[in-house]
Write a protein that binds this ligand. Sequence first.
Ligand SMILES: [Zn+2]
Length: 249
Amino acid sequence: MILLYFIVGLVLASFINASAYRLRKGLELKDFVIRPSHCEKCKRDLRWFDLIPVLSYLIFKGRCSQCKAPVYWYYPISELVLGISFASLYYGSFTWEYYVTLPIIFFLSYWDVKDKSIPKQVTDALLVFSLIIAVISVISEFSSSNIFRVLIPVVLLGVWGIINWGKEKMGWGDLIIFMSLILAHGVAFGLSVLFFTILAGGVWGIILVVKDRENRKKYIPLVPFILIGFVLAINTVEHIKTYLFLPNL
Ligand SMILES: [Zn+2]
């Protein structure tokens, strides 16, 4: 069963990446549905054996099977990440809400990597979904942990919104993602993701600067690290809750 979840994660990842690619290119709906994916370099249609998540990348050594152009490494890595995440969600008996928020963040991750920005409609949708989940949980169980999971995001988003009123809100999209995670999955999970995001992003930043000092000024997309933080949090949140600082959150 866990293998099935892993495979569903892989296939879904491949589908989301392809959809995000097509949405970014502004393809029409008919191309979107009917036209098979093609190589970005030679434009030839990909065949079924080019489209097997991770495996195709390994078999063709990271190159297009027809023109030998390198395939972007983000694809196989991100497919593996979602596969492992789904297997972990199943293993940890996580509730269905995680299977909604995780693919949304996965979609945003591709967008952030490619575009260096994330579409507001998608973060707003994530926020609305998470808010509904939070309100339902407060109604069904009026506990301190459920009150905090609503209170903290509402206050933080409110303050951030007022401070930056009328200005371009730096990091607003990233903040909404973290607040949505707290709303949808509770304070402990949201903080765990934040912790691992900072850790993973920090390590990556150090690697970049060590490789080349000029990289200091480069834009580092944050959402891929939120995705990594999400996966690590799935596998550790129970320990963090039990042994660290958040027994009741
Ligand atoms: Zn090609």
